[in-house]
Design a protein around this ligand. Structure first.
Ligand SMILES: *Cc1c(COP(=O)(O)O)cnc(C)c1O
Length: 409
C-alpha cells in the first residue's frame, strides 16, 4: 500500500476532521447512511433548545426567524448543488418530496402518464411512484422501472419524467447527470434526480446541466443528524407554471391571513407543507457551515483517492479473495462508497463493527464502505482493509455471535 502517512500529511482537507465529534478508536465508514456530529450542530441545538425554545418561546418564530429556516437552509444547500438562489427549499423527507415533485412533473407533461425509473433504484423512490400510480389510476400515472441498460430505449413519448438516483445505494455506481438529462430533454422528458448519496460529496451543477427537479438527503453526507429534513430543487423556469398537491398552510402566500382558499407562495417556497421540526432543521443548518470555503472538486478528488486506495487494498489481500468489488473502477462511474459482495456479508459487517470499523450491510449480500472526504483519512482506509483481511483470514465472521440480524442493518 502507498505510504499512508505521507498521504495524510499532504491532505489539504485533513484539518476539517476536527470540526466533527468522532468517537475515539473507531473508523467511521457509514457517513453515507448517517453523517457524524459536527460540533457546530451540537452548539446550535443547545442554543435552540435552551435559549430559543426554553427562554424566548413562541417569540422565536419571529425573533430567531424560525419561520424563515426552511428557505434559509435551502439557500445554504444551493451552492453545493450548483443552484442559483431561489430554487432550493429544505423540508420533509425525500419520500414526501418525491411525491410533490412527481405530481408536479405529471402536470407539466399532460398526456404522458409514465414515470420512468431504474429497477434497482432505492426502494422508497419506486414505492412513492407506485403509490402515485395507485392514487391517480393508470390513465394518468404508470410506474415503469427497467434495468439501467434499458433506460434509453424506454424513454418514449409516453414518459413524463425520468426519476433516477445519481449514486446507486447498493453498488455505488454513478450516473452522468448531464448526459442523461440531455437525452431525456431531447425526447421531451423531464428529469427528477435523487441526490441522496451525492449532495455534500460530489461537485454538482444542476443549473448548468439544465436539471428540472431534484431531491436530496440532510442526514447522509450533509451531516444534519438522524432524520434531518431533506431538500427540494425546482428549476426557476418551471416555478410559475406548477402547483403541488400537498399544499399546506406554510406553502401559502400568506399563512397568517388564514384564508379558506389556497394561494401558493412565490417560487419554491410553495413546496413547503406543514410546520418544520425546528430543532432538527437547525442542526442541519449549522452542519452546513462545515462546507464553508470547501472546494467540491478537491473533496471529490480525495473521495476518489480514498475509494481507489480501498479497492486496491482489498484486491491485494489474499484473505479478501472471495470479496467481489461491485463498485465500478472507473472514476467517472463511481460515487463515494465501495460495496463488496460476499456470501457471508452480514457476519463480515458485524465483525468489522465489533472491531471498530463502522460499515453497513445491504441485503442480500453487500457490505458498504462509505468514504467521507471531510473527515475520513487515508489511515482509516488502511485500517479498514487490515481489519477486513484479519477477520476473513481468521474466519471470525463465522462466529455465532455475528449471526443474529438487527432491525436496522
Ligand atoms: C437514503 C435515501 C432516501 C431516504 O429517503 P427518506 O424519505 O428521506 O427517508 C431516499 N432515496 C435514496 C436514494 C436514498 O439513498
Amino acid at each position: 500500500m502507498a505510504d499512508i502517512e505521507v498521504l495524510d500529511r499532504n491532505d489539504p482537507l485533513a484539518p476539517l476532521r476536527a470540526l466533527f465529534e468522532l468517537p475515539q478508536g473507531k473508523v467511521y465508514l457509514d457517513g453515507n447512511s448517517l453523517g457524524p456530529l459536527p460540533t457546530a450542530a451540537r452548539s446550535r441545538v443547545e442554543a435552540v433548545v435552551q435559549q430559543q425554545w426554553g427562554r424566548d418561546l413562541i417569540a422565536s418564530w419571529n425573533s430567531h426567524d424560525w419561520i424563515g429556516l426552511p428557505v434559509a437552509t435551502g439557500e445554504k444547500i444551493a451552492p453545493l448543488l450548483g443552484a442559483a438562489p431561489g430554487q432550493v427549499v429544505c423540508c420533509d423527507s425525500i419520500s414526501v418530496n418525491l411525491f410533490k415533485l412527481l405530481a408536479t412533473a405529471l402536470q407539466l407533461r399532460p398526456g404522458r402518464p409514465v414515470i420512468l425509473s431504474q429497477q434497482d433504484n432505492f426502494p422508497t423512490d419506486l414505492y412513492m411512484t407506485q403509490g402515485m400510480a395507485a392514487l391517480l389510476g393508470e390513465k394518468r400515472c404508470v410506474a415503469r422501472a427497467v434495468p439501467a441498460d434499458a433506460l434509453m430505449d424506454a424513454m418514449d413519448d409516453q414518459v413524463a419524467v425520468l426519476m433516477l438516483t445519481q449514486v446507486n445505494f447498493r453498488d455505488g455506481s454513478l450516473h452522468d447527470i448531464e448526459a442523461i438529462t440531455r437525452a431525456a430533454h431531447e425526447r421531451g422528458i423531464l428529469v427528477l434526480w435523487d441526490l441522496a448519496h451525492s449532495a455534500g460529496v460530489l461537485p454538482l451543477e444542476l443549473d448548468s446541466w439544465q436539471v428540472d427537479m431534484a431531491v436530496g438527503c440532510g442526514y447522509k453526507f450533509l451531516n444534519g443528524g438522524p432524520g434531518a429534513p431533506a431538500f427540494i430543487y425546482l428549476a426557476a423556469r418551471h416555478q410559475d407554471r406548477v402547483s403541488q398537491p400537498l399544499c399546506g398552510w406554510l406553502g401559502h402566500a400568506e399563512p397568517f391571513a388564514f384564508e379558506p382558499g389556497y394561494r401558493p407562495a412565490q417560487g419554491v417556497a410553495s413546496f413547503l407543507s406543514g410546520t418544520p421540526g425546528i430543532i432538527g432543521m437547525a442542526a442541519l443548518n449549522a452542519a452546513l457551515d462545515v462546507f464553508d470555503g470547501v472546494d467540491m472538486k478537491q473533496l471529490r478528488a480525495k473521495s476518489l483517492a480514498l475509494t481507489e486506495l480501498f479497492m486496491t487494498g482489498v484486491r491485494a489481500e489474499p484473505a479478501c479473495a472471495d470479496c467481489v468489488v461491485l463498485t465500478p473502477e472507473e472514476d467517472r462511474r463511481r460515487g463515494s462508497q465501495v460495496s463488496l459482495a460476499h456470501p457471508q456479508a452480514w457476519g463480515i459487517a458485524r465483525a468489522l463493527i465489533e472491531a471498530g470499523v463502522v460499515v453497513d450491510f445491504r441485503a442480500p449480500d453487500v457490505v458498504r464502505f462509505g468514504f467521507a472526504p471531510l473527515y475520513n483519512s487515508y489511515r482509516d482506509v488502511a485500517e479498514a482493509v487490515a481489519q477486513l483481511a484479519r477477520i476473513l483470514a481468521a474466519d471470525e465472521h463465522l462466529q455465532p455471535r455475528f449471526s443474529a440480524r438487527t432491525r436496522v442493518t
